[in-house]
Design a binder for this molecule. Structure first.
Ligand SMILES: Cc1cc2nc3c(=O)[nH]c(=O)nc-3n(C[C@H](O)[C@H](O)[C@H](O)COP(=O)(O)O)c2cc1C
Length: 209
């Protein structure tokens, strides 16, 4: 599926959590870069903070990230629980790439100084800004034909990742988006999306009858 040929609605419907991933990328690295550049350029941020920082790790660098997570987790997880955890990490490692979503606190601090009336709100809006980037890229990568899943192993790998990829330690890691080719049948058994009735969750007033 190419991002140029599907509607936003199709892309939103297509986006799911896919765990069975492999290293067969449906598009080349140049196209992956295009999608990430688009996100950095077009996704909005609170007061235009432009505080999102995204580190994209492909192939060997992706593998190295999950090796870091595995090695740290191994020291934390009890021996009898390791098999499940280890297999989960191995599953992520089988994918093609991982996007690390960071927020840079520097522009947030500047906004807090310049707009003290909102000072206590900016950290929350920084989280929203990161989430906007995460959702856009999750959807856009799936529209390119990747399968994706979103993980939260921070803060465990933060220091080692910072050292390996020259990432400022002040940046705050929020989430990891794993993406790769989809194994055959990877979407089999996905649950229906709306388990809770939409009418209990959406309220529209004033619409034409
Ligand atoms: C903010 C947020 C955090 C999530 N964190 C995780 C996570 O840490 N690990 C994981 O496997 N899935 C995570 N998910 C995936 C959700 O469980 C999944 O999106 C949800 O069950 C709906 O399924 P779908 O993505 O197939 O539509 C997260 C999703 C969101 C929106």
């Amino acid at each position: 599926m190419s991002h140029t040929s599907i509607t936003l609605k199709d892309a939103a419907v297509h986006r799911r959590t896919i765990y069975q991933l492999n290293k067969k990328a449906p598009v080349d690295d140049k196209q992956i870069e295009e999608v990430f550049r688009l996100a950095i350029k077009e996704v909005p941020s609170s007061f235009n903070s432009q505080s999102a920082r995204i580190v994209v790790l492909l192939k060997d660098d992706h593998d190295a990230f999950w090796d870091i997570v595995r090695d740290i987790l191994k020291a934390h997880v009890p021996e009898d629980k390791w098999e499940h955890t280890g297999q989960r990490i191995e599953g992520f490692r089988k994918a093609y790439g991982t996007a690390l979503f960071y927020e840079d606190p520097a522009p947030i601090k500047t906004l807090q100084t310049n707009l003290p009336a909102y000072a206590d709100k900016f950290p929350q809006w920084s989280e929203h800004t990161s989430a906007m980037h995460q959702y856009f890229l999750w959807t856009a990568l799936e529209a390119e034909g990747f399968g994706c899943n979103l993980q939260h192993y921070n803060p465990l790998p933060d220091q080692k990742a910072a050292a390996k990829w020259n990432i400022p330690l002040e940046w705050s890691l929020k989430a990891q988006l794993v993406f790769g080719g989809e194994e055959e049948g990877a979407r089999a058994g996905l649950q229906e999306r709306s388990e809770q009735p939409i009418g209990d969750r959406l309220f529209i007033h004033g619409a034409a009858k």
